[in-house]
Ligand binder design. Sequence first.
Ligand SMILES: Cc1ncc(COP(=O)(O)O)c(C=O)c1O
Length: 407
Amino acid sequence: MGVTQTSERTRERMGATANSAAGRGTHESAQERAMVPVFRPLIEEEEIAASRAALELGWLGMGSYVNEFEEGLREFFGAHDRYVAAVSTGHAALHLALMVAGVGRGDEVITPSFNNITDFQAILAVGAEPVFCDIEDATLCIDFDAAEKLVTRRTRAIIAMDYDCVLCDHARATEFARKHGLRVIHDAAHAFGSKYNGRAIGSFSDICMFSFDPVKTLTCIDGGALVVRTREELARIHEMRLAGMSQPASLMYQNQRAWTYDVARLGFRYHMANLHAAIGLAQLAKMKRISETRRAACRRYNAELGRIAGLRVPRTDLEGVTPFLYYVRVEGGRRDDFREFLRERGVDTGIHWQPGHWFTLLKNCRRGKLDVTERVGREIVSLPLHSAMEEASLERVIAAVREFFDG
Ligand SMILES: Cc1ncc(COP(=O)(O)O)c(C=O)c1O
């Protein structure tokens, strides 16, 4: 069956929300009726061909494609003095990052409360406690002045997370960690393909992690990656991602495995599979286009929506950034009305995120003042942003947003 036929069937199943380059432009009326989704993964001929090739290879687990993907990532970051390990999810990457950083029982990790749930779960998984820090109103990234007040003898690490299309102050993160003797876990799940002061995200942090989940800028369906500084850290990750087995990665990268090995330490089943890596490689080859399309869409949003009273847009020119999300802040307690209004006009929206300290599991975690987080948690909305954003979708979103505020 050809890709076009497959995509048409998929469209029918999903109410025409799935993307298809092959079908683009031929379904205008169906598309007009359908919702503009918040996310639309870019799955084209290349990803499907890569999947087919990986399946036909017949080695489904971790193998040659994973090695190629890791090398491709290292090249993409220009991180020639670093080591890249691909894993099953961003959550797995965070868990392993904390293990490698030596964070354990009784330790504390400072994290913005305005962060992904998997960061908090990873901290809990190593037996440590999240300590919730506020964010800066302008960037929505961690407020290092607030973080200063949260450091104790138990603090072992700080999570520096790039939110959406705005990057964290990484120079300050490095300085903060040096001053307090901490490790920095750089959560770059939103920042794949971005540059900080001219340096590729993934090329300079203490420990950096990425997510390639279904909606990310680059997707492997599910996947993650870690970038570390030393061979020793890489070896620990290789061991831990294979349930603690001392299987040489070099052997698995030849699509082979050893049947005898030792297990000396705790490990998890967190490796990446060939099929996922093959899709990742196909996506990696498109990053220039993906990056340009996303940046152009966000610039357009900023230009069209930037002067609406009651609506705040990210204050950035997006130079050097590959945006994963496009957020707005709806002031005056109207966020939920705004989302409903857009939904009625065929525009889907998201919420990234509910702050961590709002969750039952985490409500008793130590925290500083979280005034900005509280406000942002009630105002934040993600508007649709796709790697192949269509003009018609952009216009529809912009028109719906304007109509809400004009009304
Ligand atoms: C900032 C951030 N960190 C971590 C993750 C977790 O990644 P994954 O979904 O691949 O486990 C996500 C995923 O949405 C994220 O946005």
